[in-house]
Design a protein around this ligand. Structure first.
Ligand code: PEP
Length: 256
């Protein structure tokens, strides 16, 4: 069986001023140790304006905190005012970028096709895209959540090769659980993550399904991380609110 090292990724969203951001990364760095990094990959996904400083803080550092951005342009370069390219993120040594977060889908009208184009742009520059999928509450209530997430996964990975999917991370984030304190039950989260993995096997093959990390996101905290991580198809967490608290994010990283 393929060993999938867990990934705990903190999505700061549009929070923390620059000084708070630097303090937070340092607090995290001081609270984690080699044992933590041996067991779990740790990443912070920060506003663009913090990237250079985070790079400086963790550069050459044995603490091994990885970092990345929360969005990327699908374009390589050009007249796209306000956008940031994957080449620019690559220059800043970003390891990850979130693509298709439900807040981008909701407030910026991002479609599956656009999300796939952004994932491809990131991969071209050696950046791991964290591709987000997840259903709204009405879809969950209608019982169509599995089909919906599988369909979103297919659309958001359209055009990626088997190797590119293996080099990506998928995050299942039920929209009704994001920032609401209402976490999915471990069984509910497992149901969708398992269906996504099965879809990878059918789109590609078992080796892709076995190698690709699938995270759960939606009100993950230190108090509920262990039961989510006990599920066979959950390989880590995309954490919003709780990642802004270094102590709780550390508890999530030490979920065992
Ligand atoms: C997120 O922003 O991706 C998220 C999961 O947020 P929260 O943990 O606050 O629900």
């Amino acid at each position: 069986m393929t060993e999938r090292k867990p990934l705990m990724a903190g999505n700061w969203k549009m929070n923390l001023n620059h000084f708070e951001a630097m303090k937070h990364v340092q607090e995290l760095a001081f609270s984690l140790n080699d044992k933590d990094f041996d067991a779990v990959d740790v990443a912070v996904l920060v506003p663009f304006t913090d990237l250079r400083s985070v790079q400086t803080l963790v550069q050459g550092d044995k603490l091994r905190i990885r970092y990345g951005a929360q969005d990327v342009s699908e374009h390589a370069s050009g007249a796209y005012t306000g956008d940031i390219s994957a080449a620019m993120l690559g220059k800043l040594d970003c390891a990850y970028v979130v693509v298709g977060h439900s807040e981008r889908r909701q407030y910026h009208g991002e479609t599956d096709a656009l999300v796939a184009a952004k994932a491809l742009a990131a991969l071209k520059h050696g950046i791991t895209p964290i591709v987000c999928v997840g259903e709204h509450l009405d879809v969950r209530k209608s019982g169509e959540h599995v089909a919906h997430c599988v369909e979103q996964t297919r659309g958001s990975l359209a055009g990626l090769s088997a190797d590119q999917v293996k080099a990506s991370v998928i995050a299942y984030e039920p929209v009704w659980a994001i920032g609401t304190g209402e976490v999915a039950t471990p069984e509910d989260a497992q149901e969708v993550c398992a269906a996504i993995r099965a879809e990878l096997a059918s789109l590609f093959d078992e080796s892709v399904a076995a190698a690709t990390k699938i995270l759960y996101g939606g009100s993950v905290k230190g108090a509920n991380a262990a039961e989510l991580m006990a599920q066979a198809d959950i390989d880590g967490a995309l954490v919003g609110g709780a990642s802004l608290d270094a102590a709780d994010f550390t508890r999530i990283i030490r979920y065992r």
